[in-house]
Design a protein. Structure first.
Length: 312
C-alpha cells in the first residue's frame, strides 16, 4: 500500500484546523442560545405588539418576536450532528475519528475493487499493436472514455486543443506521430527546455520583429514586410539549431514546423513576436504511473486514431 504519511498536514495546520472548527461550532451554539433567550415581544397600552420602529411601503413593519422553538431545535440538531460526525470520522486535522476511518485505505480498497473488475478488460488489448487496435471499435471507445476522463481539461473534449495545447486531430506532431512515440509521450510526459527567450540575443525589439517577420514569411503570408523579413533571415541562423535551416522543425527536440499555418500559441504577428521575445514553455505530465501500461496503450490507440480520420 502506498505511503501517504507525507500527505497529512503539519502540526501547526493540524491545530489551526481543529481550533477554527471547534470555535466555529461553539460560536454557533452561543449565537443560538442568545437568540433563543429573546424576551417575548412587548405590547403597548392598547394590547398591540410593539415594533422595532422600522416601516417599509407604508405599513410593512418589523416585529421583535422570539425565534420559533422548532426552528431553533433544527439548528441544535445540526450542531449536535456535526459534533458526533467529527468525533467518529476524520475532520479535525489529523484526527482520524473514534471509528479510525482512513480515507487512503478506503481509496485503495475502491481502486483495488475497480482494478479487479475492469482491469482484465484493459489487459485484454495490452499486447495488440496500436495499428491493429485502431480497427477495433470497442477498444477505441475504451480509449475515448479514458481520454474524456484524463485529457479533455487540456486538449478539449473534441481533442482539438487550445492555445498552448496541441490539436490531436491534425497531422502536425511536435515529437512524431508514430504509435510508439505517442504512447511514450502519454506514459512519460514531456518536459523539454521549451522555447527560450531570444530578445537580448537578437538585439532587442528590432531584432525580434525582424525574425518574426521572416518566420511569418516561411508560411507564405501575404502581409509580410519583405525588407524586414530579409533582415530577419540573417538572424534566423540562431533559430535553425532547433527549427532547422528550412524552418520545418525537429521532432527530436519538439521544435515546431514554422512553414505551415499551424500555430500552437497563435499565428498573429503580435503573438509570434511575443513567443520569440519571451519564450514559451509547455509541459505534458506523465500519465503512466497512475494509469498503467494497459490504459496508456488504449489511450495511445485512441489518440492515434484521431489523426487517421478527417477532423469534424
Amino acid at each position: 500500500m502506498p505511503d501517504y504519511s507525507n500527505l497529512f498536514v503539519s502540526e501547526f495546520w493540524n491545530w489551526y484546523i481543529i481550533v477554527i472548527t471547534v470555535l466555529s461550532i461553539a460560536a454557533c451554539f452561543a449565537l443560538i442560545i442568545w437568540l433563543g433567550k429573546s424576551p417575548p415581544a412587548k405590547q403597548d397600552e392598547h394590547g398591540n405588539t410593539e415594533t422595532m420602529g422600522h416601516t417599509w411601503d407604508g405599513d410593512l413593519q418589523e416585529y421583535n418576536n422570539p425565534l420559533p422553538k422548532w426552528w431553533l431545535n433544527m439548528f441544535y440538531i445540526t450542531l449536535y450532528f456535526a459534533i458526533v460526525y467529527l468525533a467518529l470520522y476524520p475532520g479535525l486535522g489529523n484526527f482520524q475519528g473514534l471509528l479510525k476511518q482512513d480515507q487512503y485505505v478506503q481509496y485503495n480498497i475502491e481502486m483495488n475493487n475497480a482494478e479487479s473488475t475492469y482491469g482484465p478488460m484493459f489487459e485484454e488489448h495490452k499486447n495488440t499493436p496500436v495499428e491493429e487496435l485502431v480497427k477495433n471499435q470497442k477498444a477505441v471507445k475504451m480509449g475515448e472514455r479514458l481520454f474524456m476522463t484524463y485529457c479533455t481539461v487540456c486538449h478539449g473534449s473534441d481533442a482539438k486543443g487550445s492555445t498552448g495545447f496541441p490539436n490531436l486531430r491534425d497531422n502536425d506532431w511536435l515529437y512524431g506521430s508514430d504509435p510508439k512515440t505517442i504512447e511514450e509521450v502519454i506514459s512519460k510526459g514531456k518536459n523539454s527546455a521549451g522555447m527560450v527567450a531570444w530578445k537580448d540575443t537578437l538585439g532587442g525589439d528590432d531584432g525580434v520583429k525582424a525574425v518574426a517577420e521572416y518566420v511569418l514569411s516561411l508560411s507564405n503570408r501575404k502581409d509580410v514586410n519583405a525588407e524586414l523579413a530579409a533582415q530577419g533571415k540573417e538572424k534566423f541562423a540562431i533559430c535553425s539549431g532547433c527549427h532547422g535551416v528550412d524552418g520545418k522543425g525537429m521532432a527530436a527536440l519538439g521544435a515546431p514546423n514554422l512553414t505551415d499555418e499551424i500555430w500552437l500559441y497563435g499565428g498573429k504577428r503580435e503573438t509570434v513576436i511575443e513567443s520569440i521575445a519571451k519564450g514559451r514553455a509547455g509541459v505534458m505530465p506523465a500519465h503512466g504511473e497512475f494509469l498503467g501500461d494497459a490504459k496508456v496503450h488504449l489511450l495511445a490507440a485512441y489518440v492515434f486514431s484521431l489523426s487517421q480520420t478527417p477532423a469534424k
